[in-house]
Write a protein that binds this ligand. Structure first.
Ligand code: ADP
Ligand code: MG
Length: 334
């Protein structure tokens, strides 16, 4: 049973067949749930855990961890087009290590200040190190960008430089030399991801569907495709349009750069779809925000395969590895 089958089997709301309560705008299945407020806004709420040995290595710089624990949650708010408000911190620690806590809090509040989020509560327990944050945000009612809004004919876009975090991890694990020109930047992307909050907000009314890339571009793209309404969609990804050159220029072997970009986790870039008519406006927005936006393909009515790669020579291939799944080490495709 994979992670998503597990959620579906045991935690899909048993009351889902009943009409939802009026306060519930969106439940399980997107980057955040949406709760109705009375003043023309909706609350977006999301929760993510970082576990030692799974999401970060023992001995990771606690300041970076503090930043990242919050940043990955704010990224889910960004993926809805929401603006952060408060957050709750549930901390499980093996011991009360003062230098560790000082550095962790420093990173945490640096991220909180930068993005205007307030710590409003939490829980503190002893046990194997795990960091859970529940983040709250707000978005004008009806304007959140859902995973489910994609349409046939949409362009597929991704922000920034996906693939850096996976290469950073490879450097950290000694699988790539730390002397490569891109190594510092990749490790920074792994340790201090920047939630794309400004972009998320500005894409309201422009993007049809969106999610953040936490588990790998293709794996997360598949989640977006799965949420689209019947008769369903296939994504055609144009390999020549992927932002591979900067990774290769940083010293990543081309095959490794491609795998990191398509399947590496932990990037927290935004993946979104938009009408071809919005191309100029989208490019302009990227320039205004100083964040490159790459148009990497398009969505077509469903064919035999949910995702197809169009190689630079025109050949159509199927992706090998998708994304990360906590309960499934196997290749997921097809
Ligand atoms: P993300 O990568 O954006 O954080 P996930 O892939 O972790 O999202 O989760 C997919 C969806 O399943 C989300 O809507 C999340 O809220 C929901 N979910 C995950 N675990 C549980 C659970 N144990 N109970 C209910 N819903 C869950
Ligand atoms: Mg997400």
């Amino acid at each position: 049973m994979n992670e998503f089958a597990l959620i579906e089997r045991f935690f899909a709301d048993p009351a889902a067949h009943e009409p939802p309560p009026s306060w519930l705008r969106l439940g399980i299945g997107d980057d955040a749930a949406l709760l109705a407020e009375e003043n023309g806004w909706e609350t977006a709420i999301t929760c993510d855990t970082l576990v030692e040995g799974r999401h970060f290595l023992a001995g990771t710089d606690p300041e970076a961890l503090g930043w990242k624990a919050l940043a990955v949650n704010l990224s889910d708010l960004a993926a809805m087009g929401a603006v952060p408000t408060g957050f709750l911190l549930a901390l499980t620690l093996p011991e009360a290590d003062e230098p560790w806590l000082t550095a962790f809090a420093c990173g945490l509040f640096a991220c909180a200040r930068r993005h205007g989020a307030r710590l409003v509560g939490g829980d503190t327990t002893r046990g194997p190190r795990a960091l859970t944050i529940t983040a709250l945000g707000r978005v004008p009612a009806g304007e959140a960008i859902l995973r489910s809004g994609a349409r046939a004919g949409d362009d597929l876009w991704v922000s920034g430089q996906p693939g850096r975090a996976a290469l950073g991890l490879a450097v950290r694990l000694g699988a790539l030399p730390s002397t490569l020109p891109g190594a510092r930047e990749w490790i920074a992307a792994l340790d201090r991801p920047e939630p794309r909050l400004a972009l998320g907000c500005r894409l309201r009314g422009l993007a049809h569907a969106m999610l953040d890339v936490s588990d790998g571009l293709l794996g997360d793209l598949r989640h977006l495709l799965e949420r689209s309404a019947p008769p369903f969609l296939t994504a055609e990804i144009e390999v020549a349009r992927l932002p591979l050159d900067p990774l290769v220029a940083g010293g990543a072997p081309p095959e490794r750069a491609r795998a990191a970009l398509l399947s590496g986790g932990d990037d927290y870039e935004l993946l979104f779809t938009a009408a071809p008519e919005s191309r100029d406006q989208t490019l302009l927005l990227g320039r205004e925000l100083g964040l490159p936006l790459s148009r990497i393909g398009r969505l077509v009515p469903a064919t035999a395969h949910p995702m197809v790669l169009i190689e630079p020579d025109g050949r159509r291939t199927l992706p090998e590895v998708l994304g990360y799944d906590h309960f499934c080490a196997c290749k997921e495709y097809p």
